[in-house]
Design a protein around this ligand. Structure first.
Ligand code: SAH
Ligand code: SF4
Ligand code: F3S
Length: 489
């Protein structure tokens, strides 16, 4: 079915849901409320905005509170087992809410639902769930919602895969000033520990014109920062009819007037091109931050992980990046406890952390995922060894991150104000281009605006600072422009 036809079809289901919403309003004297809870990564966060967009079109009010909600949707993650356990735990709680509020509907979607064993478990032991769907048929949510609202039985619709990309779904954004933008879906890398390729399917890129049109309309709607999303953005465009590289796409995005900041996630080291480094170096909009997952520092483990680079190749890449863009912040993901990993192997990871001086690193304990090659390996590492390596690595990661953060002491940098500080409403929280947070006194009306901030005090991973006053702020902005022009020349 064509994209246009599918959208029209879904629209008819939104109308059907509206009839239900109207009847609910008559009965309860208010509109029904929906709560969408996101687990997992930025992809899921963006998917949740699409699901919320459909709920809003159907007439639901969006709430953050599951207690208040008449419809609860969990958008799940299965990358590590603790993500799954959190969902099961919260489902127990939802069941107790539903007992008090029998009209409540509970739905589950996302990566975890692409696993057959999970769906079977829910069908058997969590009978109070009303709807289950997966990652490939999210665009059919209106239809599935309408079916659920008119049925007493559990509705289950899981697709094994898809080559389809449905454009222009309604979206309800979480932030007015920034947005994620999918540039590709799925993953073809099959790192041996990772379940993502199995639950998100094969890699498919969106057409550049669709991506650019979406960003243009986001900018018209007040967005100043976009995060281009893909499991491996560096292989963007390979599957298109007219192939285009990620670096080429970035250059097109850069041209969009009114857009101030560009970020992207995630870069696989094996595919990071010189062309991309050059585009980043020349850019005035691409943030000086790169998330470059290393996973492990030992070549033997990297090979068993099927990462397709060596420690030396990774280090050489970082050198190249730092030489081209000296103020770049590099962050990473690390796994401890992959099958066969020894404490000597972890020492090699520590060595890389010390040499690269990561600005931040997410450190994970290896979690066996059913169906992945690593889960079937015989040499699983005993828990005590894993914890010993993990604790050692974590302390080095924290030390180096603090050292890196301290280097910014006293600097004046541009921050995008993201929100009012939760602890003290006289303060706002801003994000620097390098992804670091800074808290400072300012009016809440500055949310969504760029301001220059002096970084006064480093608190390890964040700063407290002060906004530069108006006069010097214009001076700094001018200085910023001059620097920008130098980049271009
Ligand atoms: N596409 C991204 C990562 C997506 S998953 C990339 O390739 O970089 C995010 C992170 O979760 C990974 O970088 C990895 O560090 C971690 N991860 C994935 N599978 C895992 C597993 N089975 N156990 C522990 N950590 C895992
Ligand atoms: Fe998983 Fe590797 Fe794909 Fe990242 S690149 S999603 S770690 S298989
Ligand atoms: Fe989790 Fe799926 Fe993202 S498994 S990390 S939500 S792609």
């Amino acid at each position: 079915m064509s994209n246009e036809k599918e959208r029209e079809r879904q629209q008819t289901y939104i109308e059907k849901c509206r009839v239900y919403v109207k009847a609910f309003e008559v009965e309860h004297g208010r509109f029904p409320k929906a709560c969408v809870v996101t687990f997992g990564c930025q992809m899921n966060a963006r998917d949740s905005e699409k699901l919320s967009g459909i709920l809003v079109q159907a007439g639901y009010e969006i709430t953050d509170s599951e207690e208040e909600a008449d419809f609860v949707l969990y958008n799940t993650c299965t990358v590590r087992d603790n993500a799954n356990q959190r969902v099961y735990g919260r489902l127990g709680y939802l069941n107790s809410l539903k007992k008090k509020k029998p009209h409540m509907r509970i739905a589950l979607c996302g990566c975890m639902m692409q696993e057959q064993a999970v769906v079977e478990k829910i069908q058997k032991s969590y009978r109070f769930v009303d709807l289950i769907f997966g990652t490939h048929n999210l665009f059919r949510f209106a239809e599935l919602l309408s079916e659920t609202l008119s049925s007493e039985n559990m509705v289950v619709d899981i697709w094994e895969g898809t080559d389809k990309i449905v454009e222009n779904l309604p979206v309800k954004r979480k932030y007015s000033y920034k947005s994620g933008v999918n540039i590709m879906f799925g993953c073809n890398n099959f790192c041996s520990y990772c379940i993502v390729p199995y639950v998100r399917g094969r890699e498919r890129s969106r057409e550049p014109k669709d991506i650019l049109r979406e960003i243009e309309s986001l900018v018209e709607d007040g967005v100043v920062e976009v995060m281009l999303l893909g499991q491996n953005v560096n292989s963007y465009g390979k599957t298109l009819e007219n192939p285009m590289s990620f670096a080429e796409l970035l250059q097109e995005v850069e041209k969009i007037e009114g857009l101030r900041r560009i970020r992207f996630m995630t870069s696989h080291p094996k595919d990071l091109s010189d062309e991309l480094i050059e585009v980043m170096r020349r850019s005035t909009k691409i943030c000086r931050h790169l998330h470059l997952p290393l996973q492990a520092g030992s070549d033997r483990i990297l090979q068993a992980m099927n990462r397709r680079y060596t420690k030396e190749q990774y280090l050489a890449l970082v050198d190249k990046l730092k030489t081209a863009i000296p103020d770049i912040a590099i962050t990473t993901d690390l796994i401890v406890g992959f099958p066969g990993e020894t404490l000597e192997d972890v020492e090699e990871t520590i060595e890389v952390v010390k040499r690269v001086q990561f600005d931040n690193a997410f450190t994970f304990i290896y979690s066996p995922r059913t169906g992945t090659p690593a889960a079937a390996m015989e040499n699983q590492v005993p828990e005590e060894i894993v914890h010993e390596g993990f604790d050692k690595l974590l302390s080095v990661v924290q030390e180096t991150a603090k050292e890196r953060a301290a280097l910014l002491q006293g600097k004046v940098m541009e921050a995008l104000v993201e929100g009012v500080n939760e602890q003290d409403p006289a303060f706002v929280t801003g994000r620097l281009g390098n992804n670091m947070l800074v808290h400072f006194k300012a009016d809440r009306r500055l949310v969504g605006k760029f301001v220059m901030v002096v970084l006064d005090t480093c608190h390890g991973f964040y700063y407290t600072g002060r906004m530069v006053d108006w006069l010097s702020q214009t001076k700094h902005t001018r200085l910023g422009k001059m620097v920008d022009n130098q980049w271009l020349n």
